[in-house]
Design a protein around this ligand. Structure first.
Ligand SMILES: C[S@@+](CC[C@H](N)C(=O)[O-])C[C@H]1O[C@@H](n2cnc3c(N)ncnc32)[C@H](O)[C@@H]1O
Length: 207
């Protein structure tokens, strides 16, 4: 009897170890995948749609902190704009000059660090693509602590070539000190929650 219980206990431990090693293997695969810097390029058509939901004034200064191939940077209409890209030796975390807006698709493994640094240099607002599950209470509260409020959420189908199984979103935060003028601009851009339907070209469905 005691022997049977002992055997069952050992089997349970073996099963658990197997599960933990599988989880470890998955985490390792994600960490070491070909895109070590989380390099998921955003299709230009999607960038154009997302910028329609971002209340940037043409005369404001916009930074694309993770420019990659420049999908966001090239799409900014603003004359005053700048970019960072680690592959070109311009590290966003070394960029300390205040800017009006910070807008991009960041490395998904650096969301917390990205939000913290962004909140320190953005004065009007910021907007980022991110996995929806990354938008945690803690991160939203930290942004609130810097005076930024989550003001708009745009959901869109994950581009197929990213091979990611989770729902993506584009979160727009506005600084409360500019709330009135920016909220007026935001109002003119439609509802606070939007779903892009990109199955046939790019259409916008408002919810
Ligand atoms: C998800 S990709 C997005 C590229 C581009 N924004 C787009 O939407 O197509 C993230 C980019 O950030 C760059 N990157 C990673 N860490 C960085 C850092 N600390 N500073 C600047 N760029 C960085 C990567 O090399 C990569 O090109």
């Amino acid at each position: 009897m005691v022997w049977c219980a002992g055997l069952a206990f050992l089997k349970a431990i073996q099963k658990r170890c197997l599960r933990v090693s599988k989880i470890g293997k998955t985490a390792n695969t994600i960490k070491n995948r070909a895109h070590a810097n989380d390099v998921f390029y955003t299709p230009p058509g999607l960038v154009n749609q997302l910028l329609k939901h971002t209340p940037i004034h043409p005369e404001e200064f916009v930074l694309d902190p993770f420019s990659g191939d420049g999908a966001f940077f090239n799409a900014f209409d603003n004359r005053a704009k700048d970019w960072c890209e680690i592959e070109l030796d311009k590290d966003f975390f070394g960029y300390d000059v205040p800017v009006d807006w910070v807008v991009s698709n960041p490395p998904f493994s650096l969301i917390s660090e990205t939000l913290d640094h962004t909140c320190k240099i953005a004065t009007a607002g910021f907007a980022y693509i991110m996995p929806t599950y990354s938008l945690t209470h803690n991160r939203i509260n930290r942004a609130n602590g810097f005076g930024f409020k989550l003001s708009k959420l745009v959901f869109f189908p994950t581009p197929k070539n990213w091979n990611l199984g989770f729902q993506m979103c584009y979160a727009v935060f506005l600084h409360t000190r500019f709330e009135l003028s920016h909220l007026q601009r935001m109002d003119s851009l439609g509802p606070a929650i939007v779903t892009l339907d990109m199955t046939e070209g790019i259409q916008t469905r408002l919810i």
